[in-house]
Design a binder for this molecule. Structure first.
Ligand code: C2O
Ligand code: CU
Length: 656
């Protein structure tokens, strides 16, 4: 069973536990002994089932069960056992009667088990991983307080029924009140302390200081100085572009008009192309995007000062302002660019374009014709646009033409991609070539948000269709010469998904990931946390939201490993700036194909990915979920090199 299903199953069992314990307590309070007894048996069985489901889930990793093992189950088991011991014998004895009063302790203990079951579930959904002292204190004290309130209500009932003149009973009541008050005060105190601890400011956050801030005895390096290189390699040229960010009403190919945010009024923004060794110089101007804009070179390992992250590597470019990016195109392949200020909604509304760098030595295709298509995929209000057309684009390609389709997912959700009518190779992933990729056929690919695949094949003498999301009306149609034949319509929805961790051939690695200098774990889940100064139901990393997530601190030259664990039921396309990561394993099974370098990898619900990178590009780098709304909801933080500072952290938050 997949971990995601196990997580769901465990939620289901936990919910059944809450229901059955509440049912038992309520039936007992209503003096329905037989139903209460049956429900008690059910509650015990469900609780045992819960122990089993948590145990199985624990086999998938401690991160999935920590708060359940340390808090939820112990609370439930203690309270449940008390309920069984106190109420069980009474219910059994009274099973043939109805309406006879049970001692208050029976009802209180059964309902306390219900509160404990509920508290465990609430902790899982609101706090997640890791379990903290504040959370534990709040949970235990809430259960204690609820138990106490229940006891008071039951005591009131007892009093009303028995107005007993017996002085011994009277003093017992006084004693109980005293105990109640003491327990109540303790619970309130614990809860209050928990809340206090929760809002204590995190001590471990390290962000760059202002100019002149130094780390230890080393000279501080400011990201503002990490620029360029601004001169081309021998034989290269400078490619100059001006990108003007502006709002525009754009008419899609289908005739539909949309209100967009654009670079130069175009959707997507201008294609930027270069040859290896050229310098790319882009002047960004902001005409009227009130939120401000930047250009981030997604997957391109530029010097940090060119990375386009507002408040970290530069100030956002406000209307009327400009910023010049200048860097050498040393990486060949398929990349893209987009705004990093107000990235959601900015990218969604159109502030993106493609960046393709070709090799200096032109590839030889034996004199064959070439068709090289750059295909950014983007969704505008439900309409999928491929390249600059929505619906299906068409191209002619003579049989034998060497075709390269460069797919770029500029959305926040993954797309499913299939090629009908031809076998193909995945030549490159996220711009980096794979080592000896096999030819495959009738297999689909999942393209993560932000990710790129280069698919190559020789054009057959029959049509080929690139099908998106299994919708034959969406994608790209290639037809050979003048043949206007439709491709055979294949149902691609049941095609197996190509697993890139088992694709291609292993090769030597530039570093040994097994002797990493640093190791980090990121557990992704929803949690109540502060995001940009506001309490919210965040997309959290280790229980925290931006900017309270501690930085990953590294030193130049380190080999850094990190593990990404997805405890949630949503996909998180994880994206590191400035470095490609080498995929080491997924769910414990090692990557066995070509070395797989990605800048955005899709961590699906329940998955655990281990990746590594070489810290060879000094700076302060974003590390975030590329589902941009998630990033906005807290799921982003920094990888910080020792000794690097930023003069741009001016407190303005809310970027992504
Ligand atoms: Cu493509 Cu930080 O993003
Ligand atoms: Cu996410």
């Amino acid at each position: 069973m997949t971990t995601a299903r196990l997580i769901l199953l465990d939620h289901g069992v936990a919910l059944a536990g809450v229901a059955s314990w509440f049912g038992t307590g309520v039936a007992a309070a209503l003096r329905r002994h037989r139903p209460a007894l049956a429900l008690l048996a059910a509650a015990v069985l469900v609780t045992l089932a819960r122990i089993a489901s948590v145990s199985v889930l624990a086999g998938r990793g401690w991160w999935f069960v920590a708060e359940k093992v340390l808090l939820g189950l112990p609370m439930l088991c203690v309270a449940g056992a008390a309920g069984v011991l106190l109420a069980g014998p009474r219910l059994w004895a009274g099973r043939r009667t109805t309406g006879e009063r049970l001692p208050a302790s029976c009802v209180v203990s059964l309902l306390t088990a219900a509160y404990a079951a509920l508290a465990g579930l609430v902790v899982t959904f609101l706090a997640g991983y890791p379990l903290t002292w504040p959370t534990a204190l709040i949970a235990v004290s809430s259960v204690a307080l609820c138990a106490l309130l229940t006891a008071r209500v039951m005591a009131g009932e007892t009093q009303d029924e028995g107005k007993d003149p017996d002085p011994a009973r009277g003093s017992a009541l006084t004693r109980r009140r005293f105990v109640n008050t003491a327990v109540g005060a303790a619970a309130l105190g614990a809860g209050g302390t928990g809340v206090g601890l929760m809002f204590r400011s995190p001590g471990s956050v390290v962000t760059g200081g202002g100019p002149g801030h130094s780390s230890g005895s080393r000279t501080a390096l400011s990201v503002a100085d990490l620029r360029g290189p601004g001169t081309p390699s021998p034989g290269g040229t400078v490619r100059r572009h001006v990108l003007t960010a502006q709002t525009a009403t754009v008419r899609l190919h289908s005739g539909r008009e949309i209100d967009a945010w654009t670079y130069n009024g175009e959707l997507p923004g201008p294609e930027i192309t270069a040859t290896e060794g050229d310098v790319i110089e882009v002047t960004l101007r902001n005409s009227d995007i009130g939120d401000g804009v930047t250009v981030h070179w997604h997957g391109y390992d530029v010097a940090c000062g060119e990375d386009g992250v507002p408040d970290l590597t530069q100030h956002a470019v406000r209307p009327g302002e400009e910023f010049v990016y200048r860097f050498r195109a040393d990486q060949v392949g398929t990349y893209w660019y987009h705004t990093h200020e107000a990235s959601d909604p900015g990218v969604r509304k159109g502030l993106y374009g493609t960046l393709v760098v070709g090799p200096r030595e032109a590839e030889r295709d034996g004199g064959r014709e070439r068709l090289d298509l750059v295909l950014p995929v983007h969704t505008f209000a439900g309409a999928v646009v491929v390249g600059d057309r929505d619906g299906r684009a068409e191209h002619a390609a003579a049989p034998g033409t060497a075709v390269r389709l460069r797919l770029v997912n500029t959305d926040s959700d993954p797309h499913r991609v299939a090629l009908t009518g031809t076998a193909f190779e995945v030549a490159a992933v996220d711009g980096r070539d794979l080592n000896r990729p096999e030819t495959v056929r009738d297999m689909s690919l999942r393209l993560p948000a932000g990710g790129r695949y280069d698919l190559v094949f020789a054009m057959p003498d029959t049509p080929v269709a690139l099908v998106l999301d299994d919708d034959p009306e969406m994608g790209v149609l290639l037809h050979p010469g003048d043949a206007e034949r439709e491709p055979e319509t294949a149902d691609t929805s049941d095609w197996p998904e190509l697993d890139l961790l088992r694709y291609g051939t292993p090769a030597r690695l530039p570093f040994d990931p097994d002797t990493a200098d640093r190791d980090f774990t990121l557990v992704l889940d929803r949690a109540v946390a502060m995001v940009d100064g506001r309490p919210s139901y965040a997309q959290a990393v280790n229980g925290r939201g931006h900017p309270s997530i501690p930085d990953m601190l590294v030193a130049e030259g380190d080999v850094v490993r990190f593990t990404v664990v997805n405890r949630s039921l949503e996909t998180h396309p994880w994206h590191l700036h400035g470095h490609p990561v080498l995929i080491l394993s997924r769910d414990g099974s090692r990557s066995s194909g070509s070395p797989l370098w990605m800048d955005t990898f899709d961590v699906r619900p329940g998955e655990v990915w281990e990746v590594a990178f070489k810290a060879d590009n000094p700076g302060l780098w974003m590390n975030h979920c590329h589902n941009l709304p998630h990033a906005e909801q807290g799921m982003m933080f920094h990888v910080s090199y020792d000794g690097v500072t930023t003069p741009f952290a001016d407190g303005h938050a809310g970027h992504g």
